[in-house]
Design a protein around this ligand. Structure first.
Ligand code: PEP
Length: 261
């Protein structure tokens, strides 16, 4: 019998959007719509919102994550936020998002150090990987994803339920050009097999998300793919109706999976 798929996760990356007041209002509306969901639902607001949003989500099933953290616990790193500061506030931290890799110049080596630091503080890590459009056209997608996974995971101990991987083709993020379900599934299958090699049995507990222009209109067909266990959602996570519809699609796909076993 094949292992039970990990619990799906739909995570909303708000990026650098919303004032603190707007963020609290959005968090309240999402909590009211999505508390008690049959899948994991997580909000990733900007740093200044985290303490307030934690208060809003208290007692609900929604998880809270940070969009990044630094690789050191404290010290002279002006403007950075350490994983030690997120403990007790956040469940998860997103690392390796393509905007950090490509706009802010983060290297594979820095992302690996951040991952070690986050795990030292027992934060679950959502590790984002994915190729640029040029890399896809050069047919190096799998090699790029391999390099990003290996470099992030080869020097860290990861246990059951401590990691999520998000496959996010850079050309699909914020562009409205979603990968087709077949394109996304092909890379997610590849990621699953690399995780098997890198993590052994723990790999079965790692949800693999797709991210890149996920909307209410395309979520269901992406979630129908067997190796896509949810989504990392950017733009649509700022709209209550759209994000709720994406979560409902993940719930429907999950109950379909359970029915087919
Ligand atoms: C993201 O920020 O991770 C993302 C996938 O953005 P969008 O959904 O807007 O493409």
């Amino acid at each position: 019998m094949s292992p039970r798929p990990p619990t799906p996760l739909v995570a909303g990356n708000w990026k650098m959007n919303t004032t603190v007041g707007e963020g609290l209002e959005l968090a309240r509306a999402l909590r009211d719509a999505l508390d008690g969901s049959g899948v994991e639902v997580e909000l990733l607001p900007p740093f200044p919102h985290l303490v307030g949003v934690r208060g809003v989500l208290q007692g609900s099933s929604l998880l809270l994550g940070a969009q990044d953290c630094y690789a050191e616990d404290k010290g002279a790193f002006t403007g950075e936020v350490s994983p030690a500061m997120l403990v007790g506030i956040c469940d998860d931290v997103l690392l390796g998002h393509s905007e950090r890799r490509h706009i802010l110049g983060e290297s594979d080596e820095l992302i690996a150090r951040k991952l070690i630091a986050a795990r030292r503080h027992h934060l679950r890590v959502i590790l984002a990987v994915g190729e640029t459009e040029a890399e896809r056209l050069e047919d190096t997608t799998m090699a790029v994803v391999d390099r990003q996974l290996r470099s992030a995971l080869e020097s860290v101990e990861v246990g059951d339920g401590e990691l999520v991987v998000a496959y996010e083709p850079v050309w699909a993020i914020g562009t409205g050009r979603t990968a087709t379900p077949a394109q996304a599934e092909e890379v997610c299958v590849h990621i699953a097999s690399r995780l098997d090699e890198l993590l052994g049995e723990v790999a079965n507990t790692v949800p693999i998300l797709y991210g890149g222009s996920v909307t209410a209109a395309n979520a269901a067909e992406l979630f129908a793919e067997p190796h896509i266990h949810g989504a990392l959602v950017g733009g649509a996570s700022l709209k209550v109706d759209a994000f709720t519809a994406i979560v409902r699609a993940a719930e429907a796909a999950r109950s379909g999976d359970a029915g087919s076993r």
